[in-house]
Each structure stands twice: as C-alpha cells, then as structure tokens.
Design a protein around this ligand. Structure first.
Ligand SMILES: [Zn+2]
Length: 414
C-alpha cells in the first residue's frame, strides 16, 4: 500500500537517510530541519521517501492527497504517563480550590492512596476496558508512542493487575508502548512506619514475578522528600537493574531530593519532573546520557513553579516534554497544550518544544530509531495540521483544534 502526500506547506523534522537519529541536545533542538513545498510517500506503514515538489519524480501510489497549506509532522511521543487508572479525582481538585495543598491531600489518604484503593477494587477486565478507551483518545489526539506506569497498585496483586493491563494494551495497540514499574510511587498506609518491609516486598516478591512475566521495560521510583529517599531509590534501582529494568525516575518535583544524582548514578534513561533544580543537578546531568524530561502540565495544574527549561537547554542538555497524564496532578494527555505551556511558561521556542515532544520523547523511550522524525524507514506515525500561517501557530493557538488528521502506521485514524 502506497500513499502519497503532495503540496505540503512544510514537512517538519526531516532527517537524511543516512543520519543517525540521536537525541537532540541544547541548540540542536531549535535547529531542526524542515522542508518547504514538499511531497511525502508512505509504503506499507513506513516512511518511504520525501522531497521538494520542484524536483518530484514520477511516483506510483494507491492514493494521493493534496495537502495545500498544511504542515506534516511526526506524531508526539509521550514518554511519561499514568494512563492506567480507574477513576478521575476531581474531588481533590475542589479540595485544592478550598485551600488544601497536594501534600496535605496526600497526608489525608487522598492522592495516590485514593487511586490505589480504587485500583485494588476494580477487576482486570474493567480496568483494561477503561484504559483502552483512554488510549484510543490519546492516539487520536496525535500521540504515536507512549509510556505507561504502574504505581496505583501498591501491593503485589494490584501492581501485577496494572502491568498485565499495560501488557494487553501493548499487544493490541497500533503504537509502540513501554511499561514502567512504579510500585515505589508512595508508601502504602500499612508500611508507613515500616519502609524496610515495603522495600523488601518490592525487591523480593514483586520484581521476580514481573521479570518472570516480562511485564516491565523500566524501573521507576518517586524519589522525593516524604516519599522515597535517595538511599531507598538507590537500593530499588540496583534491584531493578538485576532484572534488566533500566531506570526512568520521578525526581526533584518538590525538593532537591537527590533524585537527579541517584538517577545519573544508575545511568537512568531519563529523570522526570525537575521543578527544583540547582547548579549541582545541572552539572550532574551534563556528565551523563540521561535525558531531562519536563512535565509542565503538572506544574500548571498544581499551580506550582515551572521547570527551568531554558537553563537546561542553554547548558547544552537534551530535554524531553511529556504529559504526565494522571488523575491527580495532570488529568490531560493533550500534548498540543504542553507545547503552549513549554513556550509561554518555560520560554522554549516552538521548535524546541516540538523536538522535545517528538524525537527526544522517542529517545526517552529508546524508540528514536523507529519514531520521532520524518526519515526513510521510520514508522509512518504523522500529524497533519489544518492550513496554518507558520509552525509557531501550533503552540500559539491553544485550545484550538489545529491538528486535523492523525495517521498511524500509514493509515488515517482521525
Ligand atoms: Zn508521573
């Protein structure tokens, strides 16, 4: 099956055949290639060829679309979500309006513990059905690669239930999905005073079972004051590594928790959140291959300060953007809104925001060789915009449905 698009206003984030798709660092993020007045040929779900309309050869295709005025971009790759959950938590949203903080809500058994209670009650079948519906909406919004975490189970049975649901989504979804094991999301009530007991449960009981069923790709820990200390995180990452799970961790959301340092020590694929960063953390990342993943949707929704994107990019680091889609701190998977937040609140340029959400998102899931840019042989997961005046319009026109079509594996799904 061959599909040809002609008269594309701009084909965005193109890479030459022989280019190595690497994570984009510092100034590279704003220097991505685009091709004006372009054509693009897909074949059997993959990107087959592209070029300028001025030099278009004679091409055979089963279907041809003239995209006069539209932009074609690689889909977003959302490298940090908690998509598998049973209930939204809008009651806590109201509690915060009335003055409670996120930490106070957590201390009263709300927050993650609230989701965990619901997770322990729901059947695997029902959870799968809900999650599949969410996933379909996520893909239709323009996301063509995804990470999903466990972490609302907080006991062996419920963590396995979540991971099995993610496994089924992986098998059935048209897009690549990676799973992260996050039992170390918070301490369950019964282990509040017995951290050792919960660490042992994760390390000695959960990890071997998960490894046996091959249910996770990555090991995640919420490294934060009041949650898991840097020392506890260190032990958990060490244990995960023994079972082949590379780290991707929550770090430095509320405090300088040592999360960045412990992540880098274990060669984490990414450290995510990073609202609270000093020179020491930046220097630590500079001496590593770890990607800094920023989640401005959570900072927006919790009305907290934003991540220092400029400081990280100006230091030459690779930055990724993700939604953090979850029922507590970011009930939205809309990566287009993340573009707006990145530009308006963190002063990223529209091209930097796009690099961070496509190729760098793919790199944060080790998918950069098959997704994240327009390159021959990559999976044809694409977004086609409505006619728009410039690329910046995508981040600028927030709330408007600028993305007109979504194509996954060379097929139009929206
Ligand atoms: Zn998260």
């Amino acid at each position: 099956m061959r599909t040809l698009f002609t008269d594309i206003k701009e084909l965005v984030l193109t890479e030459a055949d022989n280019a190595l798709s690497n994570v984009l660092k510092g100034t590279e993020m704003d220097a991505i290639e685009t091709l004006s007045n372009a054509w693009l040929l897909l074949e059997d779900g993959l990107i087959h060829a592209f070029g300028s309309m001025d030099t278009m050869p004679e091409l055979q295709a089963h279907e041809t679309y003239n995209l006069n005025g539209s932009y074609v971009l690689p889909t977003y790759i959302d490298s940090h979500t908690h998509l598998v959950f049973s209930h939204y938590r809008e009651q806590e949203f109201e509690d915060r309006i009335h003055g409670l903080t996120y930490e106070e809500i957590a201390q009263r058994g709300g927050g993650i513990l609230n989701s965990a209670r619901r997770m322990q009650e729901i059947t695997e079948e029902e959870l799968f059905k809900l999650s599949k519906e969410k996933l379909e909406a996520v893909i239709a919004s323009g996301t063509g690669g995804l990470e999903i975490k466990s972490g609302y189970g907080l006991n062996t049975q419920a963590e396995l239930k979540m991971l099995r649901v993610i496994q089924r989504l992986k098998e059935q979804a048209p897009i690549p999905i990676k799973a992260s094991f996050l039992a170390a999301h918070t301490y369950p009530l019964e282990f509040r005073e017995n951290h050792e007991g919960y660490l042992n449960l994760i390390i000695q009981e959960m990890l071997p079972l998960i490894a046996q069923e091959k249910l996770a790709d990555y090991m995640d820990v919420f490294c934060e004051r009041g949650f898991f200390s840097a020392e506890e995180t260190d032990r958990l990452l060490e244990a995960g590594y023994k079972y082949g799970l590379k780290p991707k961790i929550h770090a430095n959301q509320l405090y300088n928790s040592g999360g960045v340092q412990v992540g880098v020590k274990h060669n984490a694929i990414s450290v995510d959140h990073l609202e609270t960063m000093d020179e020491e953390e930046v220097a630590c990342l500079k001496n590593s291959n770890t990607i800094a993943t920023l989640l401005p949707g959570a900072a927006f929704f919790l009305a907290m300060h934003y991540q220092p994107a400029r400081k990280l990019i100006d230091a030459g680091l690779p930055v990724a953007l993700a939604s953090d889609y979850n029922p507590g701190s970011c009930p939205s998977y809309n990566m287009n809104f993340i573009q707006t937040l990145a530009c308006s609140q963190m002063k990223m340029t529209p091209k930097e925001a796009l690099s961070a959400s496509t190729l760098n998102g793919a790199a944060a899931l080790e998918l950069q060789t098959c997704l994240g840019s327009i390159q021959k042989g990559k999976i044809a997961n694409l977004m086609i915009t409505k006619p728009m005046p410039s690329l910046a319009f995508l981040a600028y026109a927030f709330g408007e449905q600028v993305i007109d079509q979504v194509w996954i594996k060379g097929k139009r799904i929206r």
